[in-house]
Design a protein around this ligand. Structure first.
Ligand code: RFL
Ligand code: PHB
Length: 389
């Protein structure tokens, strides 16, 4: 078998890249280790930057997002007894969209199927060959039968645990990592959101986030121990803990109900450099991870896709490899800024186990500065709505 681009990973990065390439007449095959239902069962991101919304529209998959997504003009920050809003629209002229990663991925799979593009599910033992030559290819198994796909380029969109990054020799790769000493326990429940905007809440007992998917589907998180398991937390224990961490007004009005999903995400900052090796290009979580505070993971995957898609279109349409040659540098320049913002917001809002009284005072001073200083709010708002591509 032969195609122009092999995309490893059928998560949002791989699917979005595939759809944008298809609309520009470039063939790609997506290899996904899991099934479609499995990928759609993962509850992850909820907030889309303007740039990502535009890219989804360009890919022809913006219609349902337009109908069902919720535009948010701002967010609420609370810390102890302090509570204030950050108005993105007033501060930057831009907004964000509440539309879940599950829905984005579903729209992309539907579009991919409608356009007849090839996706191979349950692709096991994917191995990349000859990435540093002009004739790369990928081998894999489907139901025990070995297969080979020849191509011009490989897009490694296979997430943090995929094979693509590890294919780049260690002598070429540099990895930067920070692991945070806590996780986020998240639940999804069929209850009305407690507030019409998200609430990022820092408290003596740790961080909490009130988010949502739609008018009757709420997503809440509490900071938990890095060693906790979802089974350690009953629904009642979760709701009680959440109420202790959010502002009193919301604690009093919160509607609780059974969880329909409960999971724990570890918190990590991670970047690998470079994001290209020969004809292999890394995209999204395969190359970098951010802690979820600030909602940058999926959005940063989208900016990688933007640079790679433009580079590939330039290569095939104009026979110009400039965009591909610049890919790693351009993507990383934006990635590091998203890393900085996510690290800053995580450090500001969480209760670190080794935090001293001085550290706490620093958090309080920074919160007070953010509350009262319009320039500080503007910097936060610009980062939250997303930096320009
Ligand atoms: P994914 O989504 O991990 O998809 C990778 C796909 O590759 C497949 N795969 C393989 N396929 C073939 N062969 C192999 N060897 C393979 N190995 C892996 C996997 O099965 C999978 O389908 O990576 P991608 O596409 O780069 O997308 C990245 C995003 O999923 C991620 O950045 C976000 O979910 C992060 N994130 C958030 N991002 C935001 O922008 N806004 C948010 O509000 C936000 N909230 C979150 C989040 C992540 C969270 N968790 C669970 C880590 C909230 C949470 C709780
Ligand atoms: C979510 O709704 O899942 C969500 C929203 C904002 C974040 C992280 C996660 O910063």
């Amino acid at each position: 078998m032969r195609t122009q681009i092999v995309i490893i990973g059928g998560g949002p990065s791989g699917l979005l890249l595939g759809q944008l390439l298809h609309r520009n007449g470039i063939d790609a095959v997506v290899l996904e280790r899991q099934t479609r239902d499995y990928v759609l069962g993962r509850i992850r991101a909820g907030i889309l930057e303007t740039g990502m919304c535009n890219l989804l529209r360009e890919a022809g998959v913006g219609a349902r997002m337009e109908r069902e997504g919720f535009v948010h003009d701002g967010t609420v920050v609370s810390f102890g007894d302090t509570r204030f809003g950050i108005n993105f629209r007033e501060l930057t002229g831009e907004t964000v969209m509440v539309y879940g990663q599950t829905e984005v991925t579903r729209d992309l799979y539907d579009a991919r199927e409608a356009s007849g593009c090839k996706t191979i599910f349950r692709a096991g033992n994917v191995i990349i060959h000859g990435a540093d030559t002009d004739k790369p290819y990928v081998t894999f198994d489907v139901e025990g039968v070995g297969q080979r796909l020849d191509c011009d380029f490989i897009a490694g969109c296979d997430g943090f645990h995929g094979v693509s990054r590890k294919t780049i020799p260690e002598s070429i790769r540099t990895e930067y990592e920070k692991v945070y000493p806590f996780g986020w326990l998240g639940i999804l429940s069929e209850t009305p959101p407690v507030h019409d905007e998200l609430i990022y809440a820092g408290s003596e007992r740790g961080f909490a986030l009130c988010s949502m998917r739609n008018a009757n589907l709420s997503r809440y998180y509490v900071q938990c121990s890095a060693h906790d398991k979802p089974e350690d937390w009953s629904d009642d224990a979760f709701w009680e803990e959440l109420k202790r961490r959010i502002p009193q007004q919301e604690a009093d009005t919160l509607v609780t109900g059974p969880s329909i999903e409960k999971s724990i995400a570890p918190l990590r900052s991670f970047v690998t450099e470079p994001m290209r090796w020969g004809r292999l290009f890394l995209c999204g979580d395969a190359a970098h991870i951010v802690p979820p505070t600030g909602a940058k993971g999926l959005n940063t995957a989208a900016s990688d896709v933007y640079y790679l898609y433009h580079g590939l279109v330039q290569f095939y349409h104009d026979k110009d490899s400039h965009g591909l040659d610049q890919y790693s540098q351009k993507a990383l320049a934006r990635v590091w800024k998203a890393e900085r913002f996510s690290w800053w917001f995580t450090s500001l809002m969480h209760n670190f186990p080794d935090r001293t009284a001085f550290d706490r005072k620093m958090q309080e001073a920074e919160i007070e500065f953010l509350r009262t200083n319009e320039t500080a709010q503007k910097v936060m708002a610009q980062n939250y709505v997303g930096l320009a591509y």
